[in-house]
Write a protein that binds this ligand. Structure first.
Ligand SMILES: [Cu+2]
Length: 119
């Protein structure tokens, strides 16, 4: 009987430990401001890299490092950012394989693409 209680308590402690670790991760994540996934930097009217290859499930972050506003619009309208001022960011998670061309809605000659491969 005691052994069973002990085992139960141990299992409970383990479960609580796991829960605590999850809590810790949840608290820690928002504090990390840096983009976790790949980034596309916008500078001097250019998306860099112009073509980016990722796997399904990847979150891509665009950062406007130019001193004028830009935005990001998918050719197929699957994503669209607001107008980003200097140092502002936009993130999008790609959940389906494919080739996603995009452009800047303010300067449509600015183009880029994200190639999403199956994971
Ligand atoms: Cu632009």
């Amino acid at each position: 009987m005691n052994k069973i209680l002990l085992a139960g308590a141990y299992a409970l402690a383990l479960a609580m430990g796991v829960a605590d670790l999850r809590d810790l991760a949840a608290y820690a994540a928002p504090a990390v401001a840096a983009a976790a996934g790949p980034t596309v930097k916008i500078d001097n009217f250019v998306f860099g890299p112009e073509a980016l290859t990722v796997t399904v499930g990847t979150t891509v972050t665009w950062i406007n490092q130019d001193d004028i506003p830009h935005n990001i619009v998918a050719n197929d309208k699957s994503f669209k950012s607001k107008v980003l001022d200097t140092d502002e960011r936009f993130s999008f998670t790609f959940t389906k394989p494919g080739e996603y061309g995009y452009f800047c809605g303010l300067h449509p000659h600015m183009t880029g693409k994200v190639i999403v491969k199956a994971g």
